[in-house]
Design a protein around this ligand. Structure first.
Ligand code: FEO
Length: 171
């Protein structure tokens, strides 16, 4: 059975992952509103990934005999000044999430909760990839100054992203 302090922290993470999903869906809506269908698709896949993260935490808390308590989701930003602005905010957000995951790991270590440490390792590794992916996109956007023919080409590339369940085949 999971300890109270860990249970509370994991419940906060369920909420944070839903908040991330909500944020990326808002960014997808913004991209739709400015006619960037490829970027809108990329953010929609990002939204689906965050939902998968939140349900992974949800299932873990239940699986350890804990009690899931869903809290209100914090409001998200609606408007942006352009594609670069969105990805700058995305990078900032993922850096924040990395901090949250690290904090969870710190608690698991303090509590000698080895099962939670093992569970969290996937998320520690995932955050490295998440930040690297967003940094790459942001660098490319800055190279083309976030406009013109280059932006249209990137938008076309972003259309190709498809959602793959990150936990398919993981027990
Ligand atoms: Fe659930 Fe993008 O971290």
């Amino acid at each position: 059975m999971i300890k109270n302090k860990m249970e509370i922290a994991l419940n906060e993470q369920i909420n944070a992952e839903f908040h991330s999903a909500y944020l990326y869906l808002s960014m997808s809506a913004y991209f739709q509103s400015i006619g960037m269908a490829g970027f809108a698709n990329w953010m929609r896949v990002q939204y689906q990934e965050e939902l998968a993260h939140s349900t992974r935490f949800f299932d873990y808390v239940n699986g350890r005999g804990g009690r899931v308590k869903l809290a209100p989701i914090q409001e998200v930003q609606v408007d942006y000044t352009g594609v670069v602005d969105v990805y700058e905010e995305t990078l900032k957000h993922e850096q924040l999430v990395t901090g949250l995951i690290n904090r969870l790991m710190d608690i698991a270590i303090q509590e000698s909760d080895h099962a939670t440490k093992s569970f969290l390792q996937w998320f520690i590794d995932e955050q490295v990839e998440e930040e690297a992916n967003v940094e790459q996109i942001l660098n490319n956007l800055k190279l083309i100054k976030g406009e013109g023919q280059g932006l249209l080409m990137m938008d076309r590339e972003m259309k190709a992203r498809v959602f793959v369940d990150p936990f398919a085949g993981i027990a």
